[in-house]
Design a protein around this ligand. Structure first.
Ligand SMILES: Nc1ncnc2c1ncn2[C@@H]1O[C@H](COP(=O)(O)OP(=O)(O)OP(=O)(O)O)[C@@H](O)[C@H]1O
Ligand SMILES: [Mg+2]
Length: 390
């Protein structure tokens, strides 16, 4: 961005109530950076009618989320971080600065933050169609998502995750891929939300809270649930569960169903082994593409393999989904043990220490005492997606 266009963008944002009083640097560049980053608390109060309940969109593990309207007409979503972060304001804003550079059409766009005293907030683009769980788990609404839309969502989430793992300025392991973290835009295109949140809360128990509140143990890879061992394949496992949920319109665990059907992964495996994979398809769907549906079931199972090495990476997954000629390997029994086990630890960082251009060990050890080690090259299968990003 040239200085002039940068200045104009700043000016537009200032007019919208962003940045007032927040730029502390004397340097023009730093000032531009700061203006790009900060929202004024008062502007957010006005935009959200003083965080009124009427504007509340929901409440997750990190705090409430409010809809806001800026003076320039832009709709925003403000996440008030009620979990106390031990990070100081400077570290927090540094992390936000980094996350602002993480942009892709299948990621919810972070617009900036607000830090005033102990209060910290994140400001996102507003997405009008709520989250995926709102549709797929509701029999009245699930029909809104026909097969073509569902397959597009499966594909879009794969693209977003591939970007986070392979192409973002810093590698990001999401750690909380689940239906409520997939938001839908006005055309029902998917956008992954809450990426990078773990990085904003280093050393905190926030993720434990998040999981407890939203009950997302069912998405967790066994090695992560049992040993706190974190790698990009942790996200792949959660993505696999999500794919099966999208195909079936069922939650990963449904205690109301008979025992053999209650756990989605076990049930899918049973159907697959019996050659009845298509029986999994959501009965509320009037039509579906059987080839795509069968492939999605197989892919979901592959992503949920017990052995980390048997799970494909997001590059391969994207290739499997987009190529007509790709033959998927046959999956073995998925990893079931430990997914519902007690959560014992948290990671100190969801990012690797290396940047996108370096060689990479694709795993971080989230718990002291875990002995699992996995190494693989980040370029095991390279595939360009420059045209797919923002
Ligand atoms: N950018 C956004 N645009 C529109 N709605 C949003 C946005 N971000 C969040 N929401 C809504 O707010 C609700 C709460 O979001 P939040 O991320 O806090 O909770 P969650 O996803 O259920 O749990 P978690 O804290 O584990 O992510 C979501 O279900 C979603 O409907
Ligand atoms: Mg969320």
């Amino acid at each position: 961005m040239g200085f002039c266009s940068g200045f104009c963008a700043c000016f537009e944002r200032l007019k919208a109530g962003r940045g007032a009083g927040s730029a502390r640097s004397d340097h023009a560049d730093d000032a531009l950076d700061s203006f790009d980053l900060f929202f004024d608390l008062h502007a957010l109060q006005i935009a959200t009618s003083f965080f009124s309940d009427l504007n509340k969109l929901g409440h997750g593990g990190f705090g409430p989320v409010y809809k806001g309207l800026m003076p320039n007409g832009q709709e925003i979503a403000v996440k008030k971080l009620s979990v106390d972060s031990r990070q100081g304001a400077r570290e927090f804003t540094n992390e936000v600065k980094l996350l602002l550079r993480v942009q892709h059409k299948n990621l919810v766009m972070l617009l900036g933050c607000c830090v005033e005293g102990p209060e910290k907030m994140l400001v996102y683009e507003y997405l009008p169609n709520k989250s995926l769980d709102y549709f797929i788990f509701d029999k009245q609404k699930s029909g809104t998502l026909d097969w073509t839309t569902r397959f597009r969502i499966i594909m879009g989430v794969a693209r977003g995750l591939r970007y986070l793992h392979e192409e973002a300025p810093e590698r990001i392991i999401h750690r909380d891929i689940k239906a409520s973290n997939i938001l839908l835009d006005e055309k029902l295109h998917p956008k992954i939300s809450d990426f990078g949140l773990a990085r904003l809360f280093p050393g905190e128990d926030t993720h434990v809270n998040t999981f407890r509140i939203s009950g997302t143990h069912g998405y967790m890879a066994p090695e992560y649930a049992m040993h706190g061992y974190l790698s990009v394949k942790t996200d792949v496992f959660s993505y696999g569960v999500l794919v099966l949920e999208i195909v079936s319109g069922r939650k990963n665990h449904d205690g109301r169903l008979e025992r053999e059907k209650a756990d989605l992964l076990s049930y899918t495996w049973k159907l697959y082994q019996g050659g009845k994979a298509l029986d999994l398809v959501d009965p509320t769907l009037a039509r579906c593409n059987p080839d795509e549906a069968a492939m999605s079931v197989q892919l979901g199972l592959l992503c949920c393999q017990a052995s980390i090495a048997d799970r494909p990476d997001m590059n391969s997954i994207h290739l499997m989904l987009s190529s007509d000629s790709f033959t998927l390997p046959r999956p073995g029994k998925p990893g079931l043990q430990g997914r519902r086990g007690r959560w014992t630890t948290t990671s100190t960082s969801a990012f690797s220490n290396t940047n996108a251009s370096s060689g990479y060990t694709g795993a971080t050890k989230a718990s002291a005492g875990s002995s699992v080690v996995e190494e693989y090259s980040r370029n095991s299968m390279s595939h360009s997606s420059i045209d797919e990003g923002r």
